[in-house]
Design a protein. Structure first.
Lengths: 296, 289, 379
């Protein structure tokens, strides 16, 4: 809290100032959020015209559905790959940006631009460039490795391709935070380590990464949320969940159950599961950032 | 260094400092990384000038015969001109609405005395737990009941209040020296005058940063407009890319046109990022806390 | 101009009492300094006068008006802050004008006229169109003072206004503030932690400690007749020597210490007669015997450290288990381990009881003490 006495006391003014924000949050966030829980206990029949209370049946369906298990499992795997891949690639670039002597601001813009890259654009571009029969990148990769890429029919390949695109789009965001975090490290630490003749890799893993850990935790959480919630355009435009459900992530399955199969009750139960995932992630972030602040 | 050849160490002495080889590696690493990151875009740019025959010659990576005519086609024939306008209107409304509402809310939170302040702030912050997919079915339902389907309100309304923006402005206001606030307090400066003549001028960087973040975020919306806007002519450009793919699915896919559409759909946020990267970086640095 | 009456003023924050039932008056046109260590409640007191803090209990009157419940702008006060509180995006003139319209219904012609006048008084007309970032610390402080002057307030409140300036500028600004006060003749309450500032600026000085007032008096009175041990040690630099003594009252009064015995003049001035107490004497009121004519009572001490202060030499002496600081002539030849013969100025002795209250000053209070003026403050 600020250390001054607040100058304004009129409660109705405060209320009026908060009203627009509250109105939007209640109408479009809290109300539908709560409704999700209610709908998840119902079953909709006849294109949503009749609703019946079914208790936890939708959850039971999810718990016993092997398709949902599969979707859950690959979503977790997908998040893990995206988080690790993004962090490693971003850390590499961020460390170079931190080390470079001249032109760092130009390099920085050239490295963070994917922050502005719309996911659907990333999907469209790489769908073509990685196209099994037309893609120039596919062509180069195939001639270099001698393998054949056919991710339109090969599930694991499709999974990997979607993950790569997801990582590509997320690099900018991660590099921004990592460079900021590296620049916050006191120069004296770098200098004293240099005097001791500590090598680059060792510096990175022994000095910088531990000091960046609050940022890294934050990025793990944000990247996980991204992998679960913001990758819909990738699946929708590149694979439609296939082949063989290999990329049928929770977010895509939710969309299909709700808006293609009109199974609103089931879809709401899936939303509740997603809510649980965000809640856990936010809680982790909060607890860890608290422990870092007390530590610092 | 023992392994270094004579010529290298001579070079080292000519260059300032003794870090030439190391810096060369760093520059090299950066150039390669940035090239790899930018390569798909570069290729998309090239392919966007090719006609379908040229596209189907896989190894042809030269500028195509179409020049900018693919762009004309996608903007006109494929309605991207309209989608772009729709996206710009949506994003600008969200940016202006969110900044305005959040400034008001932060003004109340930081400078007004009222009961349950902490709870009010938590109530705003907790909405971070409710991203669109968590409430997508009831939200769709609500829009249908309000009769907002296919309206601008449907794709802007749910986005114009935000925990993040309120949080950022609140942080920034709290960092303004107490004496400046007390000075206004002593003079009895009213809240709107204080907001307009003190807070906003002193928050220009933060407002710019929040605007950039919001613009890029709004521009990137895909799932929600896809669901709520069934009228194609009112659709945003990201979903336009989906139409583009579907439209060219029959027969030979016109990838040159799709690439042109993708490039167009990328330009506004990219331009905003490049022009406004400074306030953006400063603002993001605060967001993490 | 208005006077200020403060009666039983108290401020409680949650479970801490920051200001504890203090009372004092500021006369119309008077320059009163509130001084004390950090956390003593001086700033909180000032902020209660300004209306920036609610008053927990007690009464505050400016002129004849009770202002406890009035909003700051209705109190007709102006405040100058330590960090100048200038809006970075406004020019000096805009800073001075900002808020004027809210305070009262001035026309912009009147406001411009006042700004011009204030700028002339402060000699800053050429700074009016510059922004704070283009000004030096001293110039910013002038603009901040200008902003206060423009309001033509009943009361000026200044909260450590010189603390952010470097030492040289501080001395200069101090003189200018005095000059300004003489010109404007405004009722002023000035908060500082710096006793030198307090002594040089104040018509009267209120010493605060731990939320309570220790003493309110003109500077010289504060220096010569400290009411409490706290004031004695806080005002003056180097600080007054305080050593424990036993007291014996026969025909006269005698102070016994393990290394000296001293008869105290005017024993009738003792307000209490305890067996043990604390003896206080300022470093400049102790002298090396060679330098003293006549035959005063003397005692011996061992030199432990010497600190040349330039215009004098500060000698740390061991008196048994206690330490005594002595201000000796500059360039006196002394080394650690030397034994010196000391005597004290009999007119300038003090005794405090165990609770820290003064029970004796060797001169009757209110009498001017001849040679005090030249030694009152640090250089």
């Amino acid at each position: 809290m600020p250390e001054f006495t607040k100058p304004y006391e009129s409660r109705w003014q405060a209320f009026l100032l908060l009203l627009p924000t509250f109105a939007v949050l209640i109408a479009f966030l809290y109300y539908p959020g709560v409704e999700t829980f209610r709908l998840s206990l119902q079953q909709t029949i006849l294109l949503g015209t009749r609703k019946t209370f079914v208790g936890l049946e939708n959850y039971a369906t999810l718990a016993t559905s092997s398709a949902y298990h599969w979707s859950f499992a690959i979503s977790v795997a997908f998040a893990a790959v995206v988080v690790v891949g993004t962090l490693v690639a971003s850390l590499f670039v961020a460390y170079l940006l931190f080390q470079v002597d001249v032109g760092s601001s130009t390099y920085l813009i050239a490295a963070i631009w994917p922050y502005a890259l719309p996911t659907a654009v990333a999907a469209s571009v790489l769908l073509f460039l990685l196209h099994p029969s037309l893609g120039i990148i596919t062509y180069v990769l195939e001639s270099l490795t001698g393998t054949s890429l056919d991710w339109f029919t090969n599930g694991p390949q499709a999974f990997a391709i979607v993950a790569v695109v997801a990582i590509w789009k997320q690099l900018g965001y991660n590099i921004i935070f990592m460079v900021a975090s590296l620049n916050n490290i006191p120069e004296t630490l770098t200098e004293s380590a240099k005097l001791d003749g500590v090598g680059h890799l060792k510096m990175l893993y022994r000095v910088y990464v531990p000091l960046m850990s609050p940022t890294l935790v934050f990025l793990v959480v944000m990247n996980t949320i991204y992998a679960f919630f913001q990758t819909f355009p990738l699946v929708d435009l590149m694979t439609s969940g296939g082949p063989n459900e290999a990329t049928n992530l929770l977010i895509f399955k939710l969309y299909r159950d709700a808006f293609e199969f009109s199974n609103l009750g089931l879809a709401s139960a899936e939303s509740v599961v997603l809510f649980a995932i965000v809640a856990i992630l936010m809680y982790v972030q909060l607890r860890l950032s608290e422990s870092y602040t007390t530590y610092a | 260094m023992a392994t270094r050849s004579t010529s290298e160490s001579t070079l080292a002495r000519l260059l300032p400092g003794d870090i030439d080889a190391e810096q060369a590696l760093v520059h090299g690493g950066l150039v390669v990384s940035i090239f790899l990151m930018g390569l798909p875009l570069l290729l998309a740019l090239i392919m966007s000038t090719q006609n379908t025959t040229e596209v189907y010659q896989i190894t042809n990576v030269g500028i195509g015969s179409q020049g900018l005519s693919n762009y004309e086609t996608v903007l006109g024939e494929y309605n991207f001109g309209q989608y772009m306008i729709n996206s710009v209107v949506m994003s600008v409304i969200i940016v202006v609405g969110k900044v305005t509402l959040s400034l008001f809310a932060a003004l109340a939170l930081v400078y007004y005395r009222f009961p349950y302040e902490r709870a009010v702030f938590m109530f705003i912050l907790l909405t971070l737990l409710l991203p669109v997919p968590v409430r997508i079915v009831p939200l769709f339902d609500l829009m249908a009941r309000l009769g907002w389907g296919n309206t601008l309100m449907a794709i802007t309304g749910p986005y114009i209040a935000s925990a993040t923006a309120v949080f950022l402005f609140r942080q920034h206001f709290m960092s303004i020296p107490a004496s400046l606030v007390e000075n206004a307090h002593l003079d009895g400066v009213g809240p709107l005058k204080f907001l307009w003549e003190v807070l906003i001028p002193m928050s220009r960087g933060m407002i710019a940063g929040v605007s950039v973040i919001t613009f890029i975020y709004a521009w990137n919306q895909y799932l929600w407009p896809l669901i709520i806007m069934s009228d194609q002519s009112k659709q945003v450009v990201q979903v336009g890319l989906r139409f583009l793919q579907a439209a060219s699915q029959s027969g030979l896919t016109r990838w040159g046109i799709i690439m042109a559409g993708a490039v167009i759909a990328l330009l506004p946020p990219l331009a905003v990022l490049i022009v406004m990267h400074r306030p953006l970086l400063k603002t993001l640095a605060i967001q993490q806390k | 101009m208005s006077d200020i009456h403060i009666d039983g003023l108290t401020k409680e924050f949650d479970d801490v009492t920051a200001v504890d039932d203090i009372s004092f008056d500021v006369d119309s046109g008077e320059f009163l300094v509130l001084v004390g260590p950090s956390g003593c409640g001086k700033s909180t007191t000032l902020r209660m006068i300004a209306g920036l803090e609610d008053i927990t209990s007690g009464e505050l009157r400016i002129g004849e008006r009770r202002v406890n419940e009035l909003a700051p702008k209705e109190r007709n006060i102006a405040m100058v802050f330590q960090n100048y509180a200038l809006y970075p995006h406004m020019t000096s003139a805009e800073n001075m004008k900002f808020g004027m319209k809210s305070v009262s219904d001035y026309t912009s012609e009147e406001i411009n006229e006042r700004v011009r006048k204030a700028a002339d008084i402060l000699d800053i007309p050429e700074l009016l169109d510059r922004k704070p970032s283009e000004l030096s610390g001293g110039e910013r402080q002038r603009v901040a003072i200008g902003r206060a002057i423009v309001r033509e307030p009943d009361v000026f409140l200044l909260d450590e206004p010189l603390s952010n300036l470097d030492a040289k500028l501080r001395v200069q600004m101090r003189a200018e503030l005095l000059q300004l006060h003489r010109e404007l003749d405004a009722t002023t309450v000035y908060v500082t932690h710096d006793q030198t500032e307090a002594m040089t600026l104040g018509d009267r000085v209120a010493v605060l400690n731990d939320g309570q007032i220790e003493q309110v008096d003109p500077p010289q009175m504060l220096y010569d007749f400290p009411d409490t041990r706290f004031v004695a040690e806080f005002i003056g630099s180097p600080a007054m020597n305080i050593v424990p003594i036993d007291l014996a009252f026969g025909d006269g009064a005698v102070a016994h210490h393990e290394s000296f015995e001293l008869s105290l003049p005017n024993p009738e001035l003792f307000t209490e007669r305890p067996d043990s107490a604390y003896f206080g004497v300022r470093p400049e009121d102790v002298s090396l015997v060679d330098n003293v004519a006549g035959d005063p009572e003397t005692f011996e001490a061992e030199v432990s450290v010497t600190e040349p202060l330039g215009e004098s030499l500060l000698v740390h002496c061991l008196l048994g288990g206690d330490e005594l600081h002595v201000k000796a002539e500059a360039r006196t030849e002394l080394d650690a381990g030397d034994t010196v013969e000391l005597c004290v100025d009999e007119e300038r002795l003090h005794v405090f009881d165990d609770a820290g209250d003064a029970i004796y000053h060797s001169s009757p209070r209110g009498e001017t003490v001849s040679d005090a003026a030249e030694t009152q403050v640090e250089p």
